[in-house]
Every structure is written in C-alpha cells, then in structure tokens.
Design a protein around this ligand. Structure first.
Ligand code: UD1
Ligand code: MG
Length: 468
C-alpha cells in the first residue's frame, strides 16, 4: 500500500500585490510569518496521518530571508528548501522543488500548498487525501469552495470527467461569473505530476507556467468542494492580510475564553497567535500581547498594558498602562501603574514596581520594592530591599554601561543616586538625598549631602511680595 507524501509549499513569489519588498510568505500575520501557519498545518498532518511525509518549501524572491527563517525553525530537520530562480509561475515553482529535491519523485503522493493561506489546517489535507484514496482511478484532487466574491481566484469549470481551472486574467466575462473557485491546495499522485508537469506551457495572459494546468476536463481529477471558504482565504493584498489577521486574533481570544481567561471586553484586546494566558487571569480592555508572551494563572492585567515577549507568572498584577518587553515577572509581583520593564529585566516574586519606574537589564529578587519614580539599569538588588522614591542608577558614563549591586534587606532613602560601578551591601542604610560614589559594606550607614544651615527669622529676607 502506498504510504508516502511530499508536501510542497510554494513560497517563492514576490507578492507584488502586497506592495512591500518583503517576500509575501514572511509577511507577519497575528505575530507570525504567513509561512509558519501552512508549515504547522503540514507538520500536524505529517504527524497525525498514516503517511510518511516530508516538507519542501520552494523559496525564490529574497531567498536569503526565507533561508534564515528555515535556519531558525524549531523543526527545521523535517523541512527542506528548494530554490526557484525566477518566479515564472506556480508550475515552475513545483518543477524547482523536484529539481532540487529529486527524491520527492519517489513519494507516492504530492501535496501542494500555498504559503499565503494561513487559515488552512491538517483537517483539509486529511479530507483531500481521503477523497483521493476513496476512488483508486483518481490522479488528483483540488480543494474548491463557493464564494460570492470570486475575483482573483481561479474559476472551476467542470467537464464530463474532470475539471479545469481558469485564472482570473484568462477568464471571459461569462467564465468570471463562475463562483466555485480554486483554493490552490492539491493532493496528487506523483505519477500524474511526473507525466504532466513538464508539458505545461506558459501560453496565457500572464506568460506564467500555471500549476492549475495539472487539472483538465478529460483527466481523472476531482474538485472537492468545501462548505466554507474560510480555511482557504488567500492573501494577496495588505487588506486581505488585515482581514485574516483579525480572524486569527478573534479565534485566539475565543479559545482563551474557553480555557478560562476573562476578557472584560473581548473586542478590545490585541493578542497574537503564540501568546499563552493561564486560567483565572483577567484582562482589562485595551491591552496588547505580542510574540512569545506567556501569562500565568490568576494574573490581572489592567487597561492599556503592552506586553511583548515577556513572561508573567501566577498571581502577578500588571497595573494600568505598563510596558513590558522581554521581561520576566515572578509570581505575586505587582507592576505599575505606568511602569516600564525593558529587555533583560527579572522581577522577583512578591516584588513591587510602582508608578514611573523604569527597569532595564536588572535582576530584582523576591520582595524588592521600587515604588515610585526611579530608574534601575544594569543592577542587581537582593531580597526585600526597599528603594525609595526617585532613586537612580547612574549606569552610563557616556561610553560604557556599569553595574550596580545592592544586597538584601537594605534601605535606600528617597532621591539617591548610585554612580556605577558600585556595590551596596546587605542590611545597609543609605540616607535620603545621597549620591553614592563609594561602595557601602554590609550593615553600614551612608550619607552624602551638604550640611543644613538654619537661620532663625531670616525667611522674610527671601520672601518676596508683589508690589500692588
Ligand atoms: C493561485 C491559483 C488560483 C487560486 C489562488 C488561491 C495559480 C496559477 N493560481 O492564484 O487558481 O484561486 O491561488 O489563493 O496557481 N509562487 C511561487 N512561485 C511563482 C509564483 C507563485 O512560489 O513563480 C507561490 C507564491 O509565493 C504563493 C503561491 O505560489 O505562495 C500562489 O501564488 P499567488 O501569486 O498568490 O497565486 P494567486 O494569484 O493567488
Ligand atoms: Mg495567492
């Protein structure tokens, strides 16, 4: 019994209609490149179907960017790339795959998928495969759907046995009225591909080699009409990208609600597809969650927070208008309102970062309090130390950044500065208004401020009253 498939994902196109220089396959959609979605569907299919499968991605326009994408992919060993030198059409792209990866001819089946269709899932692949297998004479099946707006899609014209696909540009006014369209997902017997692919010409209005020519009215091919167009929504323009991006994010919010995340207004949240949020968490309106952000259970995130590639552990509170980027907040800590955690920041459990506090590349241990108006950069602060209002680490000398180290259970009074590199020990006390320029040992008291002079009754000399 036949049991192997080469899954070819076409991603070489420039995406001219997107009007951007980036290859279309890498255009971000809900936080991930378009290509990631199709590749994930293919990986899921490979894992869950009975078929032995391998993925080949055809790259072309700005291929160096797609190769970088490949290098960083977590499952890169399951994925190969092939190079289409000139973008002469989808059939030419498939040829490029077989040229660079000739062992793909040995697979019993060839599944062709396009990179610009991110709502596709393994389910559609499985349905196509089942249909192809159900009739032994069939050499190929294509997924189709009905749409009220067929513009841009290839139209399906049925024949006695099979069907053909007429591209928008080549369609007559009458043919353009056909509402069953091609999704550009095909499951084929590789023998059929081998017999036809090299015969496909480019005699059409685009001058391109169309893969759709693998289907003809006198071939044993079948159009499998799916009940919904949604899984096949193709992205050719920025408007279509925005539309599908919105669908993915809305689905994400719906899924999270099913998993026990409370959105006070689900329509007012921007959340990318890889973000994780744990059950019992409450999200106020106006928040943005990007990239690989991971929020634990029972976290409260008040309005207008921006959280990118960060981790917030169970029971933490992120108060209104806080900005977190590549930061880690351990459990039960409180951040904000209006705090900024910059990359490399780790906030310990039960710590408190208050309003107008900026923390950069610093590690604050359990129970540290920095409650108001401070800048902590390139620092380490030990457990339970209290940092008063207006503290500043002077970490930059105009050329280099330097470290500040503060031990555990120390108290730094308000309006102090620490001129780095500097160390303040454990159980130390720094008096308010001090500029620390020399390290302070464990248990020491440090003060650096000018002597106060008080002159009894002298205020009237300084108080000025306006002349009437
Ligand atoms: C294609 C189909 C059309 C279908 C539509 C569904 C063809 C000829 N037409 O049109 O029938 O209704 O998808 O979305 O296939 N690509 C390459 N190399 C190339 C050209 C394209 O790799 O030389 C890749 C693109 O990167 C893209 C995919 O093939 O991922 C489809 O190309 P695109 O230009 O988007 O085709 P459509 O016009 O959408
Ligand atoms: Mg397309």
């Amino acid at each position: 019994m036949s049991n192997s498939v080469g899954i070819v994902i076409l991603a070489a196109g420039k995406g001219t209609r997107m009007k951007t220089d980036q290859p279309k396959a890498l255009a971000p959609c809900a936080g991930k490149p378009l290509l990631d979605y199709v590749v994930q569907a293919a990986l899921n299919f490979a894992k869950n179907s009975s078929l032995k499968a391998e993925i080949g991605v055809v790259v072309g326009h700005r291929k160096e960017l797609l190769e970088q994408w490949h290098t960083h992919h977590s499952e890169k060993s399951a994925i190969k790339t092939a190079w289409q030198r000139e973008q002469n059409g989808t059939a030419d792209a498939l040829k490029a795959c077989f040229k660079d990866l000739p062992h793909f001819w040995n697979y019993d089946y060839t599944l062709v998928a396009c990179a610009d269709t991110p709502l596709i899932s393994e389910k559609e692949f499985q349905i196509l495969f089942n249909e192809l297998q159900s009739q032994p004479d069939l050499v190929g099946v294509a997924a189709t759907f009905e749409t009220a707006k067929p513009t841009g899609y290839g139209r399906i014209q049925k024949g006695k046995q099979g069907f053909r696909i007429i591209e928008e540009k080549d369609a007559s006014e009458e043919e353009k009225k056909i509402t069953e369209v091609n999704s550009a997902f095909y499951f084929l017997k590789t023998t059929h591909v081998k017999a036809i692919l090299n015969q496909i010409d480019n005699k059409n209005k685009s001058g391109e080699f169309y893969l759709t020519d693998l289907f003809q009215q006198d071939f044993a091919v079948k159009a499998i009409k799916f009940p919904s167009e949604k899984p096949f929504l193709g992205i050719n323009t920025l408007e279509q990208l925005a539309n599908v991006d919105k669908i993915i994010r809305a689905e994400k919010v719906r899924q999270l609600m099913l998993e026990g995340v409370r959105f006070l207004d689900p329509s007012l949240v921007y959340i990318e597809s890889d973000v994780l949020i744990g059950l019992g968490s409450i999200i106020y309106p106006g928040c943005t969650f990007l990239g690989k952000t991971k929020i634990g259970n029972n976290v409260t995130i008040e309005s207008n927070c921006f959280i990118k590639n960060s981790q917030v552990e169970d029971g933490a509170d992120i108060l209104a208008s806080s900005y977190l980027e590549e930061a880690v907040v351990h459990s039960e800590a409180t951040i904000g309102p209006m705090a900024r955690l910059r990359p490399g920041t780790v906030i310990g459990a039960e710590a408190k970062i208050g309003n107008f506090v900026e923390v950069k590349k610093s590690k604050l241990a359990r129970g540290v309090k920095v409650s108001h108006l401070s800048y902590i950069g390139d620092a380490e602060i030990g457990e339970n130390s209290n940092i008063g209002c207006g503290f500043i680490t002077c970490n930059y000398d105009g050329a280099n950044k330097h470290q500040t180290k503060i031990g555990s259970n120390s108290f730094i009074g308000s309006d102090c500065q620490a001129v780095a590199p500097i160390e303040i020990g454990n159980d130390a006390f720094v008096a308010a208004g001090t500029t620390i320029t020399k390290s302070v040992p464990d248990g020491a008291f440090a003060i650096a401020r000018s002597q106060q002079v008080t002159k009894e009754g002298a205020a009237k000399k300084f108080i000025k009253t306006k002349k009437k």
